[in-house]
Ligand binder design. Structure first.
Ligand SMILES: [Zn+2]
Length: 295
């Protein structure tokens, strides 16, 4: 968060981390009790919105509620009386205004946020008429869906995310596709591809708990050998097409720890790492997470 925050409670004013005793000379309206701020202030499609909520004197033990349309996003306490909820945005959404409704301590705030459009690269793919694509198994889909739905209260990550492989980026987040001239309206590239060579290390970009280990032999036909890390509070990372897996479910990993190696298992045409970052179940652009800290 940026900017000067003044919190008044009794005779103590806290200004930018400095504590000073000041006489209260102004009447502070009671409406100050619920404050809301959204980062970034000018988001674009694919960005993760952070909604910061300050409750001056919480009268209840329940966390504030954040809703957009018919979706509710969990808010977690990140400092005394301060809460944060993440709202994912994706290339499948329309740009424009979102109304974010925050409810806390019996008060309601509505914030309008403008989400800007963004030009995602487009690929044109030609497939032979009867191309038999690889189909995911029911088991694979169920395990991956359960993983992406995690909203673990514990926050494991801290600071910026590391790049998970040293290879160059071959496909960025959000690429859209035409198949045989027809726009695939539900498709977008849900992650970043790194062209690390076969067997090169894949590291955890941030701390977390290994919540998914799937193998081709178990039916992970599309993902291939896959690792999913739960970073907590609705943030998860998935690593696909691995040649080797070095962790097991339940392991706690630290940033930079090797979790496996690049491969070409599953639906893959050559060795590469696919890293997908999910926020409350939706694939968001990992790039901002690489360069700024999400508190
Ligand atoms: Zn990919």
């Amino acid at each position: 968060m940026s900017g000067l925050k003044i919190k008044l409670s009794g005779k103590i004013a806290v200004v930018a981390g400095m504590v000073a005793t000041l006489p209260v000379i102004l009447a502070i309206p009671a409406a100050f009790a619920l404050q809301v701020k959204v980062n970034p202030s000018r988001p674009k499609l694919g960005d993760t919105l952070s909604v910061f909520i300050n409750l001056d004197n919480p009268k209840t033990d329940s966390n504030p509620k954040v809703t957009v349309g018919n979706k509710t996003y969990p808010a977690f306490e990140i400092a005394p009386n301060q809460y944060r909820a993440f709202i994912p945005t994706t290339p499948l959404e329309k740009p424009g205004t979102r109304t974010i409704q925050v409810t806390g301590d019996g008060q309601v705030r509505n914030l309008a946020v403008w989400v800007r459009d963004r030009n995602f690269p487009v690929q044109r793919i030609t497939l032979p008429p009867k191309a038999a694509g690889v189909k995911a198994t029911e088991y694979e889909l169920k395990r991956v869906a359960e993983f992406k739905a995690l909203q673990t209260p514990k926050k494991y990550w801290q600071g910026i995310f590391l790049r998970p492989n040293a290879g160059r980026i071959t496909t960025v987040y959000g690429v859209r596709r035409y198949y045989n001239g027809k726009f695939a309206k539900d498709y977008y590239h849900r992650g970043i591809d790194y062209a690390g060579p076969q067997g090169s290390p894949v590291v955890a970009p941030a701390a977390g708990r290994v919540a998914l280990v799937g193998k081709v032999s178990q039916g992970f036909r599309v993902h291939g050998n896959v690792v999913g890390i739960d970073h907590g509070q609705g943030v998860t990372s998935i690593f696909m097409h691995l040649s080797r897996i070095d962790v097991k479910e339940g392991d706690i990993v630290r940033p930079g720890q090797v979790i496996g190696a690049v491969g070409s298992t599953g639906a893959s045409t050559g060795p590469h790492l696919h890293w997908g970052l999910y926020v409350n179940g939706q694939s968001v652009d990992p790039v901002p997470w690489r360069y700024q800290e999400y508190k």
